[in-house]
Design a protein around this ligand. Structure first.
Ligand SMILES: C[S@@+](CC[C@H](N)C(=O)[O-])C[C@H]1O[C@@H](n2cnc3c(N)ncnc32)[C@H](O)[C@@H]1O
Length: 212
């Protein structure tokens, strides 16, 4: 009885209005609206940009970004799992670990750098234990930030997902140290029960100048 009750209340159990709207617009996941809202807030994506999408599966962020950067832009999508979304020819997909250094040595991830924008919607496998999930999410965010700092052009932008927790201040400070503008955005499309937020860094500082 109790199990049945829980299933009825699970907000992830059946497609909600945003999931249906995403599918109707040709996107595989409702998370497309999170990137759209971030893009509208900070004017992130423009025609002709080079974009790296970390943790891209099933592929709705990549599809949205590919549309925004247009035929003159280029995008590299990477995920541990294959993407479900069909992407235009301007996109290259890598199945692998975003932090596998070998992928930078050979192949499109390193070849296309430096990027105008690095996106990370990467999420750890959740355990159900909030504290553990927050720590893992923080570690993933910090690694993504480090990778973005190395692969972005000066003036480039970064979007990274984070589960809100005790380490949030450290993540925001690390972002502020690297980018001229740091924003914290919780798009309306994030489910009410979720504690995820996005940290957005605009205009990467010149990394050869020591931070003051
Ligand atoms: C929330 S999903 C991304 C959804 C995607 N933005 C979209 O709109 O379709 C998070 C993804 O991060 C991926 N991921 C987690 N750690 C990763 C890693 N080290 N390298 C590559 N992908 C990773 C997972 O496999 C998962 O597909």
């Amino acid at each position: 009885m109790a199990r049945h009750h829980n299933r009825r209340r699970n907000p992830y159990a059946k497609p909600d209005a945003l999931t249906q709207a995403a599918r109707a617009a040709g996107f595989t996941a409702r998370s497309v609206f999170k990137l759209e809202q971030i893009d509208q807030r900070v004017r992130l994506l423009r025609q002709g940009q080079r974009v790296l999408d970390l943790g891209a599966a099933p592929g709705s962020w990549s599809a949205y970004a590919a549309k925004r950067i247009g035929p003159a832009g280029q995008l590299v999508a990477i995920d541990l799992k294959p993407l479900k979304q069909v992407l235009p020819d301007t996109c290259q997909v890598i199945i692998g670990d975003a932090f596998d250094g070998a992928l930078l040595e050979t192949g499109p991830m390193g070849e296309l750098a430096p990027y105008s924008v690095v996106l990370s919607d990467m999420a750890p496998n959740t355990t159900g234990d909030k504290a553990t999930d927050q720590i893992r999410s923080h570690q993933l965010f910090m690694r993504a930030l480090e990778l973005a700092t190395n692969l972005l052009e000066p003036g480039g932008s970064f979007v990274g997902k984070l589960f809100m927790g005790g380490d949030f201040g450290k993540a925001r400070d690390a972002l502020r140290a690297r980018f001229t503008t740091a924003r914290t955005i919780r798009p309306k499309a994030v489910r009410a029960v979720s504690y995820e937020i996005y940290l957005v860094g605009l205009s990467l500082k010149d990394q050869s100048v020591p931070a003051s």
